[in-house]
Every structure is written in structure tokens, then in C-alpha cells.
Design a protein around this ligand. Structure first.
Ligand code: ZN
Length: 348
């Protein structure tokens, strides 16, 4: 029964959604009461947040450490040239746009790097964590938090024309570390900066992620997939891998309940070196194949290789990478920017 004009407008806004029987009016009501944390607001984060806010999820907190850049626009759907020109924080630019799309829900931007010392506060009052991050260290942290606090989370990643999605329902499904037991050492995985990325694959992966998020937030866990979904769009290949028997009986996180990322024992450090306009980034897992990274960097700027280090010069900063994974980034003094540059160009 619609009691006011505002109820009528709300009902009209979501009419096509409510008409989908598996969601229905009850699911829509639960979405309005639901709270989600979007972790990272780049390509995946903008698209997932866009879906959640348009669908009427009552509260969406967006956390991101980075600023909008012109090179983001081909795939990060909430940003425009003006945001890039003003170098706005991504969380703020996204929230501003989303709030204009749907003023009935609350969108809260937080400009921060998600770390072991703030995740408790960022995630304490939400029903779901959604992955929009750009590195495995943060994903392992999200996985630790989700398992310890018994909150569902959705892992997703994209690169080139490929991507993966996996829902983690603590106690029901395997966790991320059942599949990936140890943090890939820094520099071993390609990144969007070194391997490129195409916008449409982000759309597919983010849509899969958002659809599973809506099921969870609408109270329809029974409909959530227990498969790892692997998408490749060039050439096209879609795969579903059943996770039913994939729980690792010795998983450090969901079986042994050890939360080393959450407890700050496995975390990269990024510190400004006093008076040098230099930031030092040290990953938790050392060792870098400098020759391999050299190949990835060749198209990115002026690269210098010697037996002791690999160096990439750009107009704004110079990154010197050592075989143990440690990096010095000169030309900047913000440790959070240091982590961003490291995650993009070395990979963590
Ligand atoms: Zn596990």
C-alpha cells in the first residue's frame, strides 16, 4: 500500500526491478535497508557502485585513495574530463555523481587507503564488502576481515580482456586463500599499467559482481553462485569453475583462523624519507624479477637497468626498484601516492 507521494515515486523508480519476481517488493525493501562498502573506486568500483546506487541500496560507502586522471576515463564510468582536470579524489567525484543519480540513498565517500588499522572502522556497519581494489595485499586483508567478522565479500579482478569473480560467504564457501594460499610476491603479476585493460571486460566483471551483491543484499543468498567465474573476451571464453570442493583443509584464514594481514603482521610499508622528496615502499613479500619487469616497463618511459636496480623515469617521478622488492620513488612525498604508484607499476 503506497502511503505518500514519495512512496509512489520510489515505487516508480524501481518498478522494473520489483517486477522481476525473484527480487520483488520484499527484495527491494531489503535493498533499501542494506549497507555496502565498495573498496576502491577505479574501473570495477565505479561500475559496481553505479549499479548498487541505481538499484536503491540504502547506504553505499566508497573508499579510495587515488585521484581521477585522464587515463582512467576509458574504463572508469563515473568520471569525466572535468573531474580529471580538477584531479578530484575518486571517492568524492564518484559519490557526487551517484548522489545526483539517486538522492534517495546515502553515498558516503572516504578518501583513504584501506589498511589493517582502518578496515575495522570502514567496514564495521556494513552487510557486504565489494572488491574494487587494485592489489592482492588489500584483497587478502578484506578476506581476513570478512572471515573473522563473518561478513560476505566479493572478490573480483580484471586485466587486459580477462577477469574473475568469486563470492565468499564465510562458513559456506571457500575463501580467497583457499584458492590463493600465499600473497603473490610484489612484481610477479602484470598490472593495468603494464598489461593494459579494455573497458568492456570491466563492465562484464563488474556486472557479475553487482548482481551477486544485489542477491546478497536483497536477502537471497540461496541464489548466490558458488562458482568462480572466469571471463575472457578476447577471444571470447566464459568459464564457471565449481568451488564446492575447493576449500583448503589447511587454509590459514577460514580453517586455522589466523588473520595475519588483519593483525598487521603481513603489510607493506610506505614512508616518506625526511627532507628528500622521496617515498620508500617495502612489500611484505620480497624478491622481484627485475628482467621481467624491465620488459613490462619498456613502453612506459625511460628505463635504466643495472645489476643492482631497475629504474623508470616519468615526467612526475622516478621509481627505483631493487631485487628484494623495495622501491624508492623520488619526486613525491605522499606515502599513499607511493603505494598507488607501486601497485600500478610494480604490482602488489
Ligand atoms: Zn579459506
Amino acid at each position: 500500500m503506497l502511503s505518500s507521494r514519495s512512496d509512489l515515486e520510489t515505487s516508480l523508480r524501481y518498478l522494473r526491478q520489483i517486477q522481476f519476481a525473484d527480487l520483488g517488493a520484499e527484495g527491494q525493501k531489503r535493498l533499501a535497508e542494506a549497507r555496502a562498502l565498495v573498496c576502491g573506486c577505479g574501473a570495477l568500483g565505479t561500475m559496481v557502485a553505479n549499479h548498487l546506487v541505481r538499484a536503491g541500496v540504502g547506504f553505499v560507502r566508497i573508499v579510495d585513495r587515488d585521484l581521477v586522471d585522464l587515463s582512467n576515463l576509458h574504463r572508469q564510468c563515473l568520471f569525466d574530463e572535468e573531474d580529471a582536470r580538477r584531479q578530484l579524489p575518486k571517492a568524492v567525484a564518484a559519490a557526487d555523481k551517484l548522489q545526483r543519480i539517486n538522492s534517495e540513498v546515502r553515498v558516503e565517500p572516504i578518501v583513504a587507503d584501506i589498511r589493517s588499522d582502518n578496515i575495522g572502522e570502514l567496514a564495521q556497519d556494513v552487510d557486504l564488502l565489494v572488491d574494487g581494489t587494485d592489489n592482492f595485499e588489500t584483497r587478502f586483508l578484506l578476506n581476513d576481515y570478512a572471515i573473522r567478522q563473518n561478513v560476505p565479500w566479493i572478490f573480483a579482478a580484471c586485466l587486459g580482456a580477462q577477469g574473475q569473480v568469486m563470492v565468499v560467504l564465510p562458513g559456506e564457501t571457500p575463501c580467497l586463500r583457499c584458492l590463493i594460499p600465499t600473497l603473490p610476491p610484489a612484481g610477479t603479476l602484470p598490472t593495468c599499467e603494464t598489461a593494459g585493460i579494455l573497458g568492456p571486460v570491466v563492465g562484464v566483471v563488474a556486472s557479475l559482481e553487482a548482481m551477486e551483491a544485489l542477491k546478497i543484499l536483497a536477502g537471497r543468498r540461496d541464489a548466490v553462485t558458488h562458482d568462480l567465474i572466469v571471463v575472457n573476451l578476447w577471444p571470447v571464453r566464459l568459464r564457471q569453475i565449481s568451488l564446492t570442493s575447493m576449500r583448503d583443509p589447511s587454509c590459514p584464514t577460514c580453517v586455522e583462523q589466523r588473520f595475519e594481514f588483519l593483525e598487521h603482521r603481513r603489510e607493506s610499508t610506505s614512508v616518506a624519507l625526511c627532507g628528500r622528496k622521496t617515498v620508500q615502499v617495502t612489500p611484505p613479500e620480497g624478491r622481484c624479477d627485475l628482467d621481467e619487469i624491465h620488459k613490462r616497463w619498456n613502453a612506459l618511459g625511460e628505463v635504466e637497468r643495472c645489476p643492482y636496480f631497475l629504474r623508470l623515469r616519468t615526467p612526475d617521478w622516478t621509481l627505483t626498484l631493487f631485487p628484494d622488492g623495495r622501491a624508492l620513488i623520488t619526486g613525491i612525498d605522499d606515502p599513499v601516492l607511493g603505494r598507488t604508484i607501486y601497485a600500478r607499476f610494480v604490482g602488489m
